[in-house]
Ligand binder design. Structure first.
Ligand code: ATP
Length: 457
């Protein structure tokens, strides 16, 4: 069956809700600001994505240190980094239908030109006749900057505090603590997973652009006197390897290097890893060489030296930093999109299946007694279930017929279903059914755990 990409997105959103991955939050109150809650399988999938990331970027390396900083940080930090005054997007309203847009996105879609951050050019481009995508009128308010920082208050403080708009800030301020406690050698990285908040002007495309999301970020510190191209390239290759960990197909993710003239003044090179989402090729992850900008401004504003002392050469200097940055929600959306398949089975029946990499699957093994009302079958199935669940994420299901149970597990992405039937009682064999091929094979109960361990390793 032919399906358009738009339909794919609709189907993923519907499966995510129907099967307990992702729900629009606060639906009983009519939903709220495109925020989402993660159900049991969504939570497990997200955790598995974060575990894979930690395995590749932290636990599997000797040069990375993980931290977990606060969401509300000292307001001086955001002043120093330029976020308080400069973390803005340009917004514009259609005078006719009152719909609000990001001015740079409107202009880029209409003209292909990127004028992010340049109000004069954005207003000129809008005035030249860009039509409102909603009502087709060409009457715009002036584009103006809007701060993406979520402001809040803290007891005892007069000035406002902010929910962090990125996790990176919490890393730079602990630079000296990591040096003092871990004694790292250059190059080394500090990594963090955590929530970030941006008061986006327009959210959308499901969990692609939301106001509350999770980032997985690393600040990788290097010696400014040493060659950095290889370090940059290796981190980029690791980001691409992570795309493969997520099961994204070759060709679905691509590099896009930012033009030199568009780079921030401190950046030497920035590359986005983009993914072919159903709604277009968009940023999935980013990699930026940020020079000494961050440590320098925090050092200037705090009055504390943020330097590295190289014992071998006796040099003391501010390291440069390369920042690989990942969004958990975008990783999750790309993973779901890559894994989602519709297949026509013999006899014309259709099945939807999430062909998730085994490591990511929320449930690894589902255990079914063939019949719900046969006590011996149920007791045996329960026994096998309690043995396997100490090793794998398992689910016991005795609802409906076996075909229905397979369909459900296919949509959740469960790699193996194990059915306990009369052969189990008589010959000590269970039927193992494979998600991807739907092939079934008999495995002895004694061998089952090792068999699954071998398959899922
Ligand atoms: P965009 O251009 O799409 O707004 P960005 O360049 O502002 O993204 P960064 O500041 O580089 O994004 O943030 C690092 C990562 O955080 C992004 O690569 C993306 O995966 C994720 N991210 C950023 N903003 C959002 C958001 N509003 N919702 C979900 N994920 C986000």
């Amino acid at each position: 069956m032919e399906k358009t990409e738009d339909q794919t997105m609709e189907k993923i959103v519907s499966l995510a809700k129907r099967r307990g991955f992702i729900f629009p939050a606060c639906e009983i109150y009519g939903g709220f600001g495109s925020s989402f809650s993660y159900g049991p399988y969504g939570t497990a999938l997200k955790n598995n994505i974060k575990s894979l990331w930690l395995k590749r970027f932290v636990d599997g390396r000797d040069d990375m240190y993980a931290i977990d900083g606060p969401i509300i940080l000292h307001p001086a930090l955001w002043k120093a980094s330029g976020h308080t005054d400069g973390f803005n997007d340009a917004m514009v309203d259609c005078k006719k239908c009152k719909k609000r847009f990001r001015a740079d996105h409107l202009v880029e879609e209409a003209t292909g030109e990127d004028h992010e951050g340049d109000l004069v050019k954005l207003n000129a481009a809008l005035a030249a006749g860009i039509a409102c995508p909603n009502c087709k009128a060409k009457q715009w308010t002036d584009a103006r900057f809007f701060s993406l920082m979520f402001k809040t208050e803290m007891n005892g403080l007069e000035e406002p505090v902010y929910l962090r708009p990125e996790t990176a800030g919490a890393i730079f301020v602990e630079f000296n603590n990591i040096l003092d406690t871990m004694r790292p050698k250059l190059p080394f990285g500090i990594a963090q997973i955590g929530k970030a908040f941006r008061n986006e002007i327009v959210t959308g495309n499901f969990i692609f652009r939301v106001r509350e999301f999770e980032q997985m970020e690393i600040e990788y510190f290097i010696d400014p006197e040493k060659e950095w191209d290889d370090v940059f390239e290796n981190l980029l290759k690791e980001q691409e390897a992570f795309c493969r960990d997520l099961g994204l197909a070759e060709g679905s993710f691509t590099r896009r290097e930012h033009e030199k003239e568009k780079l921030s003044h401190y950046s030497r090179k920035t590359v986005d890893v983009e993914y072919s989402f159903p709604f277009g090729v968009k940023e999935l992850f980013g990699l930026a060489h940020r020079g000494d900008f961050d440590l320098k401004v925090h050092s200037e504003h705090s009055g504390k030296k943020l330097e590295f002392f190289d014992q071998a050469s006796g040099r003391r200097f501010i390291p440069h930093v390369i920042e690989p940055s990942f969004g958990v929600e975008r990783a999750l959306l790309a993973t779901l999109h890559s894994a989602y398949r519709e297949e026509i089975l013999e006899g014309g029946e259709e099945r939807a299946v999430l062909k998730l990499p085994y490591q990511l699957a929320p449930i690894k093994v589902a255990i079914f007694p063939l019949l719900k009302n046969k006590e011996q079958l149920v007791a045996k199935a329960r026994e096998i279930y309690s043995e396997l669940r100490s090793v794998f994420a398992c689910e016991f299901d005795d609802n409906g017929n076996i075909g229905k149970r397979y369909r459900r597990q296919d949509e959740i992405g469960t790699p193996f279903c194990v059915t306990i039937d009369f052969d189990t009682l008589e010959k000590g064999e269970v039927t193992v059914r494979h998600r991807d091929t739907m092939k079934q094979e008999k495995v002895s109960v004694e061998e089952l755990k090792n068999y699954l361990l071998g398959q899922l390793k």
